[in-house]
Design a protein around this ligand. Structure first.
Ligand SMILES: NC(=O)c1ccc[n+]([C@@H]2O[C@H](COP(=O)([O-])OP(=O)(O)OC[C@H]3O[C@@H](n4cnc5c(N)ncnc54)[C@H](OP(=O)(O)O)[C@@H]3O)[C@@H](O)[C@H]2O)c1
Length: 246
């Protein structure tokens, strides 16, 4: 028996990285998983693997920099599975542009992907989540706790994700649990494409655990926040970062 048998879980940004690892773990635990992203080939590969391993999943292709994406993800989930028990707001876009070079176009795109789509999707899912006593998990970052870990748009959007998690928990209780995760450096395409080698080396050298993390280590934290193991916890942000700021 799986920990998530019969549950429907939307995991945004699950064509790659920690979202994909979370999709694999949740499917293994019995959830029907909704995989989302822009890249159809990768989305197909994720659901093929889930099905080959005996699980159940669909994918929805949607660009979350577009505010219409949330409605598409919600509608296709309801059409396939008829409800939502767990929402993992994970899709994220890195931005390395400094203050002086930031354009409103980039600012809006980063905020739409990292924050606004999470709000819109949570709004849409709230009635089902309430009915099912469901769970929301928001993926922020250590860049949502200290500016040293990220430039302006990324850092500001991830700080906002922390505030949004707390506000959602307060407004959506008692039936819905809302928690968040602040990952440190995790081995994914985003980290590999960031060019932040010096920061990664610094994290490795200064963190008590002296390594970067794996997507599977975020997936297990998402599972904790999606089950009764966290039954008396809401509005909290868990750092999964090797202790880098300890
Ligand atoms: N890796 C780290 O060190 C680290 C640290 C702290 C926080 N985080 C956060 O963790 C989350 C997952 O990142 P990751 O490291 O796993 O990165 P990743 O491997 O690059 O995965 C990012 C996921 O988000 C999706 N995505 C990005 N932009 C999108 C858009 N405009 N529309 C729809 N989907 C979009 C991607 O799908 P497509 O490519 O198919 O569009 C992909 O599935 C993000 O919120 C990130 O900010 C990462």
């Amino acid at each position: 028996m799986g920990r998530l048998d019969g549950k429907v879980a939307i995991i945004t940004g699950s064509t790659s990285g920690m979202g994909r690892d979370t999709a694999y773990l949740f499917a293994k635990e019995g959830a029907k998983v909704v995989v989302t992203g822009r890249n159809e080939a990768r989305a197909q590969a994720v659901i093929d693997k889930i099905k080959a391993d005996g699980g159940e999943a669909i994918y929805v292709i949607a660009d979350t920099s577009d505010r219409k994406a949330a409605q598409k993800i919600y509608d296709q989930t309801m059409k396939a599975y008829g409800t939502v028990d767990i929402l993992i707001n994970n899709a994220g876009q890195l931005s390395l542009t400094p203050v002086q070079k930031m354009t409103l176009e980039e600012w809006d795109a980063v905020f739409n992907v990292n924050l606004t789509t999470a709000l819109l999707l949570t709004q849409l899912c709230e009635p089902e989540l309430k009915k099912n006593k469901g769970h929301v998990v928001n993926i922020s970052s250590v860049a949502g706790t200290a500016a040293k870990w990220g430039p302006i748009a990324y850092c500001t959007s991830k700080f906002a994700m922390v505030g949004m998690t707390r506000a959602m928990a307060r407004e959506m209780g008692p039936d819905i649990h809302v928690n968040g995760i602040c990952p440190g450096a995790i081995r994914t395409a985003m980290l590999e494409g960031s060019g932040a080698d010096a920061t990664i080396e610094f994290m490795k050298a200064t963190a008590p655990l002296q390594r970067i993390g794996e997507g599977s280590e975020i997936a297990t934290a998402c599972l904790f926040f999606s089950t009764d193991d966290s039954s008396f916890i809401t509005g909290q942000l868990l750092r999964v970062d090797g202790g880098v700021d300890a």
